[in-house]
Design a protein around this ligand. Structure first.
Ligand SMILES: Nc1ncnc2c1ncn2[C@@H]1O[C@H](COP(=O)(O)OP(=O)(O)OP(=O)(O)O)[C@@H](O)[C@H]1O
Ligand SMILES: [Mg+2]
Length: 474
């Protein structure tokens, strides 16, 4: 069972919350918000989940804590009067005595209020107790953990962390069921950003990454690293269509948004064929009309072989006028495809523009009237090379708006490095979604860095598999 932490964003990081009865180390440098997080965990536990709690403080007087926490609007005294909270100021040695003795103060307190959660602020002080250093200190922590487990208490052990601290993994991390770290980092020279990272949590999936939080007048508020601003208009309006790669569909909340423009940014070493192949094949199977613009290095023969792997006969599709090509290189196409290929080599930009508007718009419109959806796959490097960067920057936004207005889903292949930073940032901004794939060492990665519903992903490894769709995200 999961216990809500009282911080919505943190519950999401922990896939629902902390497993009930766990002992968690909450560590951070001075002033990072450890006491606040600890108290929020207790306060919300009481108010929202009816789980009474005890806060043990070795460092401050309870009065100071009441006062500090008032700034978040938490009336702790009221909860104490109702016997649902205890704030206990105690010295570490007495605390340990009472905790380890049968029917001591600790056990009595737990019984008295039917305690479910505790916070100890902070275990760092144990280190300064005589004969509790080294080995003794370790077995002490072990004992503590076992006691809170015995009572089924979900507990936070706060620990000070100074920048001078140990280089190696602290012993506490091995014993604890989980570790949450708060940090204060430099941000844009003069600012600091507060980040939270869960480095360990037994029995739960962790949403990895450094998540930024703010201390607000209602306590700690955390934003997931994978959640940026939602493109509400697109994500609400559009149905989701499958990519043919199940894990990618999951990352995209069900699939690509219909009528949205996605950019696939590849570096030169990355093999994007199966990413494109899977999406392309899926769209064909869904009955979409397809418009393709292949790069100089990708031939129709190659596309044919690729689609064969997915059980798709593009010869037939072309003859049935379900597949169209815009061709810049005057390459030969199989017989019977005549009506499906538009040769645009040598065409001036302004004529090409007119061709796109008149010919393609006509086609797309006609299909729309017959309730057929379109999918376009095109290689943007070809347009850069053949029509120039200036043309791309001028026409890309217009073309994407056109596609969107007709509900045409678009996958654009591009190499951001090759087109330069400025063009890349423009393209990224203009697209509704961005997938990046790259090779690092002997591994290939795929990451969603932009999507209409604001969801971005961590980098996933791409594994080749023997059956369709021939790739898997790990
Ligand atoms: N209402 C509030 N709004 C915004 N920030 C606040 C508010 N109340 C307190 N803070 C900030 O929260 C910060 C940290 O609080 P907290 O005492 O929880 O940190 P801590 O990690 O326990 O620190 P220490 O190591 O000193 O015990 C304080 O520096 C204070 O500036
Ligand atoms: Mg504190």
């Amino acid at each position: 069972m999961k216990v809500s932490t009282g911080i919505r964003g943190l519950d999401k990081v922990l896939d629902g919350g902390i497993p009930q009865g766990s002992a968690i180390v909450l560590e951070g440098a001075p002033g990072t918000g450890k006491t606040t997080l600890g108290m929020q965990f207790l306060y919300k536990g009481i108010v929202d989940h009816n789980e009474p709690g005890i806060f043990f403080t070795f460092e401050e007087f309870p009065d100071q804590i009441y006062e500090d926490m008032e700034s978040y609007g938490w009336d702790l005294k009221d909860l104490e009067r109702k016997n649902r909270l205890r704030v206990i100021g105690i010295s570490p040695d007495i605390f340990l005595d009472q905790m380890t003795s049968k029917d001591g103060l600790f056990e009595q307190l737990v019984r008295e209020i039917d305690c479910r959660r505790i916070v100890i602020d902070s275990i760092s002080l144990f280190e300064y107790l005589p004969d509790k250093t080294g080995e003794n200190g370790r077995s002490l922590l072990y004992t503590l953990r076992n006691i809170v487990r015995k009572f089924g208490l979900t507990s936070l052990f706060i620990q000070e962390l100074s920048s001078l601290d140990r280089r190696k993994i602290p012993f506490e991390h091995f014993i604890a069921d989980g570790v949450i770290r708060l940090s204060l980092k430099e941000h844009m020279n003069i600012f600091r950003k507060r980040t939270l990272e869960v480095t360990k949590m037994r029995g739960t999936k962790i949403n990895e990454g450094e998540h930024i939080y703010q201390i607000t007048d209602k306590g700690i508020y955390l934003l997931l690293a994978s959640q940026i601003v939602t493109d509400k208009y697109i994500s609400d309006q559009n149905e989701k269509i499958k990519t043919g790669i199940p894990e990618l569909d999951n990352l995209l909340g069900g699939g690509m948004a219909k009528g949205a423009v996605y950019m696939l940014d590849t570096n030169s070493k990355a093999n994007y064929r199966h990413i494109v192949g899977a999406i392309y094949a899926e769209r064909v199977k869904a009955g979409n009309r397809i418009l393709s613009l292949l790069s100089s290095t990708q031939t129709v023969t190659e596309l044919k072989a690729l689609m064969d792997l997915y059980g798709i006969d593009i010869d037939q599709l072309a003859r049935e006028k379900r597949l169209y090509f815009i061709e810049h290189y005057n390459r030969p196409f199989p017989a019977g495809w005549e009506g499906s290929v538009f040769h645009v080599q040598g065409m001036e930009n302004k004529d090409y523009d007119r061709f796109l508007w008149e010919k393609c718009k006509g086609l797309v419109k006609e299909c729309k009237e017959n309730h057929k959806d379109w999918f376009a796959y095109y290689d943007l490097s070809t347009i850069f090379n053949e029509r120039g960067a200036e043309y791309v920057l001028r026409s890309f936004a217009k073309e994407t708006a056109f596609a969107r207005s007709f509900g045409m889903t678009v996958l654009v292949l591009c190499n951001f490095k090759e087109v330069g930073e400025q063009a890349a940032s423009f393209l990224e901004r203009t697209s509704n979604g961005v997938f990046k794939t790259w090779v690092d060492g002997s591994y290939q990665y795929l990451q969603v860095t932009k999507s209409p519903d604001g969801q971005i992903s961590k980098p996933y490894l791409l594994e080749s598999i023997g059956q369709k769709p021939y790739i898997r995200l790990v």
